[in-house]
Design a protein around this ligand. Structure first.
Ligand SMILES: NC(=O)c1ccc[n+]([C@@H]2O[C@H](COP(=O)([O-])OP(=O)(O)OC[C@H]3O[C@@H](n4cnc5c(N)ncnc54)[C@H](OP(=O)(O)O)[C@@H]3O)[C@@H](O)[C@H]2O)c1
Length: 276
C-alpha cells in the first residue's frame, strides 16, 4: 500500500497517516508494532511516558525495513522541562530507543504553570542543530504557546500534535497551523471509539463509500490536512485504518462529520494538564 507523504517546514517528510502506540507495551505492544510495520505503517508515535520506546524501536530493528524508511517520533515528558533538563530527557529517550538519532521529537505538553517550555524549545533546537533530532515539534500547544516559542526563537515547530476527532475538529488551531506552516497531527483520531465508529452520520458517510466508519473518520482527517495516528492492537484493524487513500469524501460529507463537534472529550486542556 502506498501512503502519500506530507512535506514539513524543515525539509523533512512524514507519511500522511501514522500509528499510535499509547498502551501498547510489553510483549503484546512489541507484537502490535511489528504487525503495524508489516501492515505498512512508516510513522510510529511513541513517548517517554508510554514506557514503550524500547519495544517500538526493537520492532523497527527486527522488521527488516531499513531504518531510514521508518519515522519514529517520541516525546519529552513534563519532568524534563527546562533547557538542561531537556538535554537529559532527550538522552533518556534516545537510550531507550537505542538510536543514534531520533527522527521526530516533540514536547509532550506545554505545562504553562511550570513556565519552562520556551527553554525546552531552545534545547530542542540545539539537539536538532547537533544532528541528534531530524525534526522538532510540539504537542498540545495553543496559539499562545506557539506564538511564544516562535517569537522567542524564530523557529517554527514542524508539527503540533493535538486532540482532533469528529467531536473536536479544532478548526481554529488548523487555521493557525496553516497560516504558520505547521503540520497538524491528530491524537485520538478515532476518539478512542467514543461515539465515532457507531455515530449514524459517520455510518451513513461510510456506507456511501463502501468503507468502515473508522475509515470514513480517518479519511476525514486526511482531507482536513491532518496526519492521524490511530492506535490498534489488532492486525486487521491496523490494515483497515491504513486503507484510506482509495476514496474521497465530498465537501458536504466532510462538513457533516465536522458538524458533530461537541468539544474536548478528556481532561486534556493544554493550559492546565500536567504530566510528569
Ligand atoms: N500527544 C498527546 O498528548 C497524545 C494523547 C493521546 C494519544 N496520543 C497518541 O495518539 C494515538 C492514538 O490515540 P488513542 O490511542 O488515544 O485513540 P484512537 O486511536 O482514537 O483509538 C484507539 C481505539 O480505537 C480502537 N480502534 C482502532 N481501529 C479501529 C477500527 N478500525 N474500528 C473500530 N475501533 C478501532 C482501538 O481498539 P483495538 O486496539 O482493540 O483495535 C482502540 O480502542 C495514541 O496511541 C498516541 O500515540 C497522543
Amino acid at each position: 500500500m502506498t501512503i502519500p507523504e506530507r512535506a514539513l517546514n524543515d525539509g523533512t517528510k512524514l507519511p500522511s497517516i501514522g500509528f499510535g502506540t499509547y498502551q501498547l507495551d510489553g510483549d503484546e505492544g512489541f507484537a502490535a508494532v511489528r504487525s503495524a510495520i508489516e501492515s505498512g505503517y512508516r510513522l510510529l508515535d511513541t513517548a517517554y511516558s508510554y514506557e514503550n520506546e524500547h519495544q517500538v524501536a526493537e520492532a523497527v530493528r527486527q522488521s527488516g525495513v531499513p531504518r531510514e524508511e521508518i519515522v519514529v517520533a517520541s516525546k519529552l515528558t513534563g519532568r524534563f522541562h527546562g533547557y538542561e533538563e531537556t538535554l537529559v530527557g532527550f538522552e533518556e529517550s534516545r537510550k531507550n530507543l537505542g538510536f543514534d538519532y531520533v527522527d521526530s521529537f516533540l514536547i509532550h505538553w506545554p505545562m504553562p504553570r511550570v513556565g519552562k517550555f520556551v527553554d525546552s524549545w531552545r534545547a530542542m533546537i540545539r539537539l536538532r542543530d547537533d544532528g541528534l533530532i531530524r525534526s522538532i515539534g510540539v504537542c498540545n500547544f495553543t496559539e499562545e504557546h506557539l506564538t511564544m516559542i516562535i517569537n522567542e526563537t524564530g523557529v517554527v515547530p514542524a508539527v503540533n500534535q493535538i486532540e482532533l476527532h469528529p467531536h473536536f475538529p479544532q478548526s481554529a488551531m488548523r487555521a493557525f497551523h496553516a497560516e504558520h506552516g505547521i503540520q497538524t497531527q491528530s491524537w485520538s483520531p478515532l476518539a478512542r471509539q467514543r461515539d465515532a465508529v457507531d455515530n449514524p452520520v459517520i455510518v451513513g458517510v461510510a456506507e456511501a463509500h463502501g468503507v468502515t466508519p473508522a475509515q470514513a473518520v480517518l479519511r476525514w482527517q486526511v482531507q482536513l490536512g491532518s496526519i492521524p495516528l490511530p492506535k490498534s492492537s489488532t492486525a486487521a484493524r491496523q490494515l483497515e485504518n491504513l486503507d484510506v487513500f482509495g476514496f474521497e469524501l465530498t465537501e458536504a460529507e466532510v462538513a457533516a462529520i465536522s458538524a458533530l463537534e461537541s468539544g474536548r472529550l478528556w481532561g486534556g486542556d493544554p493550559n492546565t494538564n500536567e504530566e510528569f
